[in-house]
Design a binder for this molecule. Structure first.
Ligand code: NZQ
Ligand code: ZN
Length: 380
């Protein structure tokens, strides 16, 4: 096991009615920015609950954060934060709203000239940020309990991530009932996203970390069990609660402690969203089987362990096939042709971009742009 520092400062408030706890958690002595998306919170009663809980607070609202949140929109919210001397940001919505809140919180305290530098440097220069909290209405990203944010820039068609210990939410409210209004497609996306988060921290090579392996396998098994249930029983509280907690634990930094990680599926997936507008999870379902197939030999030991413990199959090849089949069972396509995207074109676009940035991916840090292009061509 490699050395690690484990620090997750987010307090989780989990369960029915927990939005009422906001009043005591959000600071009352400073203006609060209530950040939200395209309006789902106004249709499902979450907005009302939040406003009631914050009736004694000075709340400024900013709505309209997009799915795959735009840098351009975040800058408008940043203007509002500065003009109103906001001292706390409350994100209410899915991962996109929360990611936007993290970026705005970092940008508000950033002393560099250009806020895009925060993303260009993956958050390395972020020293401090406004405090933020969240009411998370979509189980998927794990953003409710990590220091990551992914922001898209419309003008350049880029999608870049930041990671920083200072943008962890102070608290996150997770009430599974707030997710009952999710369209089936978002539930499907959430199950796949959480599944792939576990895979990117688990499916590398044996690293003397048996507990992390068991954590990962238990989250995968829970997603395999509850995913199909929560996808059809949209108001089944127990199933949704199990799914929601799985999504949080999949990316709250616990299972990744001291182990090699491989975020290549996510990095390639971000480019597919940037170029073609696919949902985040749609890109992951295309790319992950391609990475596993291409890296079969180097990942063989873990693929076999995964196959035997999670799917009860013996070989690495079968483990990959079961993974893809699981995505299909959720109604998730796994090929570029399913979206009428030319694999040759996508491969070339991503190759040029990664070559320009000298990007290398994978747990060994040696997957170059050419290799990524070959993997994408195989996902036609
Ligand atoms: O905008 P509104 O109207 O709120 O509607 C949203 C949006 O249209 C809707 N929605 C959310 N909660 C709802 C709801 N509709 C009905 N009922 C509810 N309870 O769902 C749509 C999608 O929302 P979005 O926030 O975009 O989805 P998700 O949570 O999957 O977030 C995706 C973003 O997170 C990034 C992705 O790249 C993508 O930009 N990621 C962030 C990560 C992180 N911070 O750690 C890790 C992930 O790997 C991922 O990259
Ligand atoms: Zn993801």
């Amino acid at each position: 096991m490699q050395n690690f520092i484990f620090k997750n400062p987010t307090e989780i408030l989990f369960g029915r009615g927990m939005i009422a706890e906001l009043g005591g958690r959000v600071p009352a002595n400073t203006p609060v920015l209530l950040l939200y998306g395209g309006g789902s919170i106004k249709r499902n009663g979450v907005y009302e609950q939040v406003k009631t809980a914050l009736k004694n607070h000075r709340v400024i609202e900013f709505g309209g954060i997009e799915a795959n949140p735009l840098y351009e929109t975040c800058l408008k919210a940043l203007d509002q934060v500065k003009a109103s001397q906001v001292g706390f940001i409350l994100a209410v919505g899915g991962g996109s709203v929360l990611d936007a809140a993290k970026f705005i919180a970092a940008a508000a305290r950033f002393d560099g000239a250009d806020p895009w530098d925060i993303l260009r440097s993956s958050g390395k220069h972020v020293k401090t940020a406004l405090p933020l909290g969240a009411v998370m209405t979509l189980p998927a990203t794990g953003s409710e309990s990590n220091g990551n944010a992914v922001i898209s820039r419309q003008s350049s068609r880029e999608k870049l991530a930041l990671a920083s210990g200072v943008v962890f939410p102070v608290f996150s409210v997770l009430d599974p009932e707030t997710t009952f209004s999710l369209p089936q497609k978002q539930v499907r996306n959430g199950v796949v996203d959480a599944f792939v988060h576990v895979m990117e921290q688990y499916l590398t090579y044996p690293a003397g970390a048996p507990l992390q392996d068991r954590f990962s396998e238990s989250i995968l098994q829970t997603l395999i069990e509850t995913g199909p249930v929560t996808l059809v029983e949209l108001r089944n509280y127990e199933a949704r609660a199990a799914f929601m907690w799985s999504a949080t634990l999949a990316l709250n930094t616990l299972i990744g402690c001291g182990v090699p990680q491989d975020w290549s599926t996510h990095m390639i997936g971000h480019e597919l969203t940037a170029f073609y507008g696919l949902d985040h999870a749609e890109t992951l379902a295309i790319v992950l089987p391609g990475i596993l197939k291409h890296e079969l030999e180097r990942k063989k030991a873990k693929l076999e362990q995964y196959g035997q413990r999670v799917w009860k199959v013996r070989t690495a090849t079968r483990a990959i096939a079961r993974t893809e089949k699981f995505f299909h069972s959720l109604g998730m396509p796994t090929r570029l042709r399913d979206y009428k995207i030319s694999a040759a074109e996508a491969a070339e676009k991503v190759r040029v971009r990664f070559a320009g940035r000298n990007t290398v991916l994978g747990e060994h840090g040696d997957l170059k742009a050419e290799t990524v292009a070959a993997i994408l061509r195989a996902r036609a």
